[in-house]
Design a protein around this ligand. Sequence first.
Ligand code: SP5
Ligand code: ZN
Length: 334
Amino acid sequence: MRRFFAPAQLTHAPTRELHNGGFTAYAETPERVASILAAIGGASQPADEGDAAIRAVHDASYLDFLRAAPALWRDAGRPGDAIPYAFPIVRRRALDLTRVDALLGRHAMDATTPITADTWTAAYWSGQTALAATRAVVSGDRAAFALCRPPGHHAGADYCGGYCHLNVAAIAAQAARDAGCARVAILDIDYHHGNGTQDIFWDRGDVFYASVHADPATDYPFFWGHADERGEGAGAGATLNLPLPHGTRLDAFRTAQATALSAIAAFAPDLLVVSFGADTWEGDPISHFALTTADYRVLAADIAACGWPTVIVMEGGYAIDALGHNVASFLAGF
Ligand code: SP5
Ligand code: ZN
């Protein structure tokens, strides 16, 4: 299986994040990548194909904001990374916003996802990595792995959040659609619900979104991922959420994943995108499932057995030392 990664993805390195009322070390670090590359034996540099496939998913105003935010923040006299604090939850209407704090709040879903001077470049190359893997699979590879970082599944068409800036799974799925795949499915098995991916395809019937994740009654992102969210309009029935409780082990996770795979099989996709997070691991520092390193081999084999051309994109996973072994186990099982 070909693997892709661009060194520019390492440059995004926020110093801290808001957590439980104070600042702590940022969990989504460049060291995650070193752990994965060491365990999977390296990766190829993706081509730079420009931003057309990114613009096919994200609003132009949001992309302009990601590029401009660091300078606006600095010009406002602020030290460190740009972080929002006010959000337009009641009146999310068209306004000509100029103040950096207003722009930050308009284009973020939380205060845990700083924007640095390098964020745009790193996220851009995370997108190129997802696209390179998608091109490989559309061209006939059975599967490919995109070592995306920053991750993507919490980012919507016009907002960042949850350590995510560009939705790499959505960029891969849309690129596959535009390359001729009539139906694309996304299986999201990160610990957290992929609210951004769900939002982007919520009212579309051509991209099926299925997610197995921690119950949003107890876990981030709280406002999305409940079992009764099934899509709307042309997308009615093309979203499937399977929330699970703290302490979930392989048996329950595998059963839920099988339910997701059955629904995807009924949809009959031409291509599958897997949003893979290893934050379901038993020792993850921010999560509460109990999968073992060996379990990832089983879960990946179940996905591979379905036979769909598959693009695997990296999402979360924060236990640095185990992360590489967990990713390697998943790729070996596939
Ligand atoms: C892609 C992904 O897995 N995003 C997860 C975002 C979760 N955000 C809520 C939990 C924040 C926990 N912060 C821990 C800080 C440790 N220093
Ligand atoms: Zn996660």
